[in-house]
Design a protein around this ligand. Sequence first.
Ligand code: RIB
Length: 293
Amino acid sequence: MARVVVVGSINMDLVTLASRFAKPGETILGERFLTVHGGKGANQAVAAARLGAEVALVGAVGDDAFGAQLHEGLVREGVSLDHVARIADCGSGTASITVAEGENHIIVVPAANARVTPAQIEGAQSTLASADAILVQMEIPLESVEATLRLGHKLGKPVILNPAPAQKLPTEWLKLARYLTPNQHELAILLGADSDEDFVALMQRAPAPVVLTRGGDGAWFRDGGEPQHQPGFKVDAVDTTGAGDTFNAALAVFLHEGIAPAVRKACAAAALSVTKLGAQGGMPTRAELEAFL
Ligand code: RIB
């Protein structure tokens, strides 16, 4: 069983389904509202656990009702929460999500996620030291992303940096990652490049190996040689929220099989994840993934 440690955010997702997106200043009627568990860190932890990994999460929730519900949900999924802090007098992270026209718009308010500190990550050193793979995203303070990269690298562990939401990061940090897993837009921002620049060229000049997600087109990956393409799996998409998280989780869980098989499984798991509503709704179990493949 792979051991995966995820360092990242935990959010309550406030999801509105509508037939189209509202324009600035406009009010429209939506079709449905749901409150579901999310956050890139929590989503990746849940997806990895469903795929059969032993998973520990490093993060924070507030001492509000959302925090208690999010904590309970993660316990139910079998995620170890020894390093999830409960921050007093603080709200939990939220994501206001509109799903319309086959796409989503997301606004995240980090709240407790902004209180994940480098000291907390260093306090989880023995947990990180037991990992086969470490996952980190960018909904926590950048200094904590840096601390994860540095500690994971020092421990000789493969750190997968999912640079979402993207910001330009120092080359020196990026070199500490075993893999960077942006989409095309995120890769351009991460490298401070023009978003129109050819993604294969961007992959070639990234300071660490890149696994680039391309939605329905699957993924491209490069680890030294020429970039290779893994086509996407055809499914009827209901909600793409959390597809990237499922992809990253599967990549971490199956990394020990080699990058090409891991990317193939990651594409399949991500495809399954979009067939149901909510970030965690469609994340497949290992048996579901195997049956699909
Ligand atoms: O990647 C999807 C996630 O992004 C959502 O669950 C939301 O919480 C935001 O963090």
